[in-house]
Each structure stands twice: as C-alpha cells, then as structure tokens.
Design a protein around this ligand. Structure first.
Ligand SMILES: Cc1cc2nc3c(=O)[nH]c(=O)nc-3n(C[C@H](O)[C@H](O)[C@H](O)COP(=O)(O)OP(=O)(O)OC[C@H]3O[C@@H](n4cnc5c(N)ncnc54)[C@H](O)[C@@H]3O)c2cc1C
Length: 459
C-alpha cells in the first residue's frame, strides 16, 4: 500500500521530526527479518515513549493504515516483515531499563531493551533472568514477549511466558492498557496478560514489560557426550531426567551440524558421531560436582562413545560457542536457509530426526538439525540458494513434509519462533477448527479493522 500525504502530515504533526523516517535506506533496513521474506514499509517510526506509540496508533487507525511492531528484526517467522506495507513501528529507541527492584526480584523495561543487556544488568546485582534465546545479543524483550521466546535454559527455568508479570500495551484503538502487576502474584487479569505473550504484534504494541527475576545460581558445569547412535543420545536424555537431574540446558547437534560447525570453528568437535549432547547443570559448588558426575555416568551407561566434563569455564565456553555458531556455520555452505522450529514429545525425537534425514535424502537437500532436545524442540535447517528455482521447489516441498511429520508425531509447528507468515498456512492443520475460529474472533474484537500486523498468524 502507498500511504497518503495527509497521513504522513498527521504523523509528523504528532511526533518529533526525528521519529518519522522515510528515506529509502530506512525503509529497506526495516523491511526484512531473520528469514528471507521481505517487503518495504511506506514509513518507519521510532518512538521513545508510550505516548508517542499511542499517538502513532491513533493516526494509523484514523487513516486505516496497517502497522507492524518491530524489535530487532531477528525473528525467524516473518513476523516483523510489513507484508502489506504501511507503518513499521520500531521499538529500538525505547531501550530504557526503568527499574530493577532487588528485594522484590522484579525488573521493568521498555520493549526495546536487548535481552543480553537485561541479563547483564541483573547479573551484576546477583540476580538472574533465565530466558536466553540464542539471539540474545540482538533480540529485544518486546520481541521476546511477542514471540514467547525460549532458549536452552528454559528446560529448567521456563521461557518468557513464565517470567512476564506485567505488560503495558497500546491497543489498535490507541488506548493504553496495563495488565498484570509488578509482583509475583498472578492478578485477576493474568490470563488476559498471557494472551498478549506470543501474539506476534497482532493484538497490540507492547510498550512496557515487568518480569520476575530469580537469584543467580552460584556455579555451572558442562558435560559433552558424543554418541554413535542417535537413539542412544535420546535414551541418555530420558535417563538423565529420570535420575533426578533437571539440567540447566540439554542441547543436541546432529552429525551434519557437527561437521558444518567444525569446518567453521575448528574446535575439535566429534564429527564422526551421529549426535552430540551438550548438558549444563547449575547450583552450589558441591551440587554441580555431583550432577556433573551423575550426568557423565548416565551418558556412559546409555552408550556414549565420548564423555567429557568441561575442565574449566574456558572449555565450557568453547563448547557453547560451537552450539551458538550453528547458524553462522551454515551460512558458509549455502547462501540461504529455511530454519524450522518443530517441537515433538521427547520420546518422538529419534523418529522425528530419522524422518528429517529421510526427507533430506528424498529431496536431495542438506538439512543439519540441532535443538533443545530436553524440550523436544528441534531446528532442522534446510540449506539452499534462493536463486536456484528448482532447488527452491524442493525446499518448499521438504518444509511441508517436515511440518507433516511433526504433526504426525504429535508435535507442533513452532516450539519458539512463532507462526508469522512462514507457518500461517499450516495453522488449520495443527489447530482445532473451533480454536482457530475463536482466535480469529478475539483478534477481530481487539483489532476490528485488522490493522495490527496484517497477513500474519490468523490471516
Ligand atoms: C541466530 C538466531 C538465533 C535465534 N535463536 C532463538 C532461540 O534460541 N529461541 C527463540 O525463541 N528465538 C530465537 N530466534 C528468533 C528471534 O530472535 C526471537 O523470535 C526473538 O524473540 C525476536 O525478537 P526481536 O526483537 O528481534 O523481534 P522482531 O523480529 O522484530 O519481531 C518478532 C515479532 O514480534 C513482534 N513484536 C516485536 N516487538 C513488539 C512489540 N513491542 N509489541 C508487539 N509486538 C512486537 C513483531 O511484530 C513480530 O511479529 C533466533 C533468531 C536468530 C536470527
């Protein structure tokens, strides 16, 4: 859509001039996210306050112009891509930590605060904010809330949805609504608050977030275990949990991923293994030592070919660097990737991984797979080249086959990245018809003109 001069004039009349951006460069850098999807917005706004956001939403609503909230644009579902043009509302200048209440264990932030900034700030005070998407150095808390982001540590501590206690939201009408509280007790509107978590910018613009914190665990320990058979790795995961250890993180990299990362980093990964587990435990010094020994014993008993507890923090950091470098290492092999985010019951992980391997063979594609195996959340990444049209036909077919295999194995389309545009067309396959209709009714009630992030999730 192309916005009118009258719309731009109204927008400029209610905002400081440096908050309205229309240069081609500004439009281009706000037209994409972490996927390959893109679409140019007509105008970008960079508000600093809730009042600025409310004014923008009111003007957009009065002119019937679509509005797409945006954090860092690191999303992997096309959620922040302005599919219908209109306004992109970037929260990157709403980047203030408003309060860290050490005695109440609560932090209050503007939505544009980067996840790692919040983590580092609270950790300096001996506190801990567990949700840790691998994109934590870019992704914003507003984006994390809107996508209900998770991360490796969520196995033990839960994801974003478990930490948000209060939200301030600007609705499509321009009204400012405060939900929840700044305490650990759920309020009467608790379930209403939860509706906005994972709503991907379709129900309102999040302008303030209150999260609960916990005391920072004293120590952590890391165990690396490599398996010649994927099924043994999966068995080890169940055995660890049955033994009574809930690891801080329980990650898996398959052989294709190990080889990609090793070629990139040269850190000595066990590339002949079919799967590698990276297991972190945390707690007091003694508890960490006992858990490391127990995890190592369980992995050996489950048939691990190599078991290596990290001898130092540096050794642990080296292994985690490998895990966090998966995406960069794929980029060296092929220019593009379709990063999937399926989640299946833990017991179905081996079947799902074998299904992905069969799909890779059938469509002649390279599909490295890694993920938060403790949660059954797997990321098969279909490596490809967008310029190769025949290959892209195979990529789309393979993605459909992976979704179908996930649903067949009682899984879901998205463990943590959201639905956005990428998985929108599969919603009817994985949700009950009545549930989807109800979601659409809620959307129409809150946003009757359908101006907030159109073309996503329900559309
Ligand atoms: C290398 C890499 C690794 C990743 N690892 C993980 C991971 O481990 N776990 C995980 O969960 N995700 C991961 N992601 C995906 C992504 O980082 C998360 O979805 C993140 O929460 C998005 O935050 P963002 O600030 O970039 O949001 P954006 O991409 O800008 O937006 C994402 C969605 O949120 C909406 N939104 C953003 N801000 C607001 C707001 N203030 N109000 C209302 N709606 C808003 C947008 O409209 C959009 O629908 C990864 C991405 C990359 C590139």
């Amino acid at each position: 859509m192309t916005v009118t001069a009258a719309f731009l004039a109204d927008l400029r009349s209610c905002l400081p001039s440096d908050q309205v951006l229309t240069s081609p460069e500004d439009l281009i850098v706000h037209g994409y996210d972490g996927t390959w999807l893109d679409h140019l917005p007509d105008v970008v706004v960079v508000p600093r306050t809730t009042a600025n956001v409310a004014a923008i939403v009111q003007v957009a609503c009065a002119h019937g112009v679509p509005l797409v909230p945006r954090g860092a644009g690191s999303g992997l579902a096309g959620g922040a891509v302005p599919a219908c043009g209109g306004v992109v509302l970037s929260t990157t200048r709403m980047d203030q930590i408003l309060a860290i209440d050490r005695s109440s264990l609560i932090a209050v932030v503007q939505p544009g605060v980067v996840n790692a900034t919040l983590q580092n700030s609270v950790e300096r005070l001996g506190l801990f904010y567990p949700p840790d998407p691998a994109s934590l150095n870019q992704a914003t808390i507003g984006g994390n809330v809107a996508t209900s982001a998770s991360g490796p540590r969520c196995l033990k501590y839960g994801g974003t949805k478990d930490y948000v206690v209060g939200l301030e939201v600007v609705l499509a009408s321009g009204e400012v609504v405060r939900l929840g509280s700044r305490s650990h007790q759920p309020t009467a509107d608790h379930h209403l608050l939860q509706a906005f978590i994972g709503s991907e910018g379709t129900l309102g613009v999040i302008t303030e977030v209150a999260v609960r914190l916990i005391p920072k665990p004293e120590h952590r320990g890391t165990v690396m275990a490599a398996f010649n058979h994927l099924e043994d790795a999966s068995d080890a995961v169940s055995r660890i949990l049955i033994a009574g250890v809930v690891p801080l993180a329980l990650e898996m990299m398959d052989q294709v991923t190990l080889r990609c990362v090793e070629e990139y980093l040269k850190v000595g990964l066990p590339i002949d293994s079919e799967a590698m587990l990276l297991i972190d435990v945390d707690g007091g010094t003694e508890a960490v030592g006992l858990q490391v020994d127990l995890v190592a014993d369980v992995c050996r008993a489950a048939g691990a070919a190599i078991v290596q507890p990290a001898a130092s923090d540096a050794e642990s950091a080296r292994l985690w660097r490998a895990r966090r470098s998966t995406s960069s290492s794929f980029g060296r092999l092929r220019p593009n990737k379709l990063g999937e985010d399926i989640s299946v019951p833990r017991s179905a992980v081996p079947t799902m991984v074998r299904a992905v391997q069969a799909i890779a063979r059938e469509y002649d594609l390279l599909i490295p797979l890694f993920g938060h195996i403790g949660d059954g959340n797997l990321h098969p990444n279909i490596l490809c080249d967008l310029r190769d049209r025949t290959e892209m036909t195979r990529v789309v077919a393979a993605a459909r086959a992976i979704f179908a295999a996930s649903i067949e194995n009682c899984g879901v389309l998205s463990g943590e990245h959201g639905i956005g545009m990428l998985k929108r067309d599969f919603m009817s396959q994985c949700l009950d018809k009545g549930a989807l209709a109800l979601l659409r009714r809620i959307k129409r009630t809150v946003d009757p003109m359908g101006l907030l992030n159109p073309g996503k999730v329900f559309d």
